[in-house]
Design a protein around this ligand. Structure first.
Ligand code: LIP
Length: 267
């Protein structure tokens, strides 16, 4: 119910700010960086410690809630029943390691599979994007405007992850090049969560990438939805929170063109 949801919202916000303060305090400490699935897939002790911080808090405060998360402190879930926190402690770890900025804490809270609460916290800028389902989205205390009713693709700025779009059998590189030529501009920020936040803010019109994990998108989907944006996989189907997904989040007016004209592989 609504009262309970407000409690979870305030609680999550407090933990996010606390985690953010810790990260900022330690931002110049020497880092221990490891690789995971490849040399491009980084993890640091800060990712692990931050996730552990959330996992401990959630387990103590809400023992009946579940956690899906990136660094191993979460539950192994095969359904979205109950209340599930989906957390990326540092989304944009490569930015964290190389730039010490442009990364975010991403927290989505789902109830029976429905996204109820989303937070994306740009830690170094101290900017919090947040949303509760059917309550609008906010950038700090300022309510975000609904997305423009209509936008043409050739007036759009689209976030693309070039690596994934050039290394994935689901898309055709030539079609991607056509898309890049068609749009007004492309951007790559290196944090999926922040790219969702920028779509919600209306400073980008879409974001397209492959192989995102649930914790990269869980909060973003909720926040984008609250300003009238839409998120699907590249076939136009809903994103599944229990698997990796190709993801398109955008102003609804450009969704069909991107999917039909550029994403289906031409035979
Ligand atoms: C990363 C994303 C990045 C995306 C990678 C990865 P991490 O998250 O935010 O933009 O392209 O696939 O998922 O690993 O830094 O939390």
């Amino acid at each position: 119910n609504n009262e309970l949801r407000n409690i979870h919202y305030l609680q999550a916000k407090e933990w996010i700010f606390e985690a953010g303060r810790t990260i900022r305090k330690k931002i110049n400490d020497p880092m221990v960086v490891d690789t995971k699935s490849s040399a491009k897939d980084l993890v640091t002790t800060m990712d692990k410690n931050t996730e552990y911080f959330f996992a401990e808090k959630i387990r103590k405060t809400y023992p009946d809630h579940f956690l899906l998360s990136e660094e191993g402190y979460g539950d192994d879930l095969d359904s979205m029943d109950g209340t599930v926190w989906i957390i990326d402690p540092i989304d944009g770890t490569m930015n964290f390691v190389h730039q010490r900025r442009n990364f975010a804490i991403s927290v989505g809270i789902y109830h029976q599979g429905v996204g109820e609460i989303g937070f994306i916290y740009d830690v170094m800028s101290d900017v919090l994007y947040s949303a509760k389902r059917n309550n609008g989205a906010f950038k700090n205390d300022e309510k975000l405007e609904p997305l423009k009713k209509h936008i043409n693709l050739d007036e759009s700025i689209i976030g693309l992850n070039h690596y994934w779009l050039c290394n994935n059998h689901l898309v055709d590189e030539m079609e991607m090049q056509k898309l890049v030529r068609k749009v007004r501009g492309t951007r790559t920020y290196g944090s999926a969560a922040l790219e969702f936040a920028f779509v919600a803010e209306g400073i980008m019109d879409g974001y397209l990438t492959m192989s995102l994990a649930p914790w990269d998108v869980a909060a973003g989907i909720i926040i984008v939805n609250e300003v009238g944006g839409i998120t699907t996989n590249i076939s136009g189907d809903p994103v599944n929170m229990l698997t990796t997904n190709s993801v398109l989040t955008c102003n609804p007016s450009i969704k069909n063109t991107i999917i039909n004209d550029y994403l289906y592989k031409k035979k």
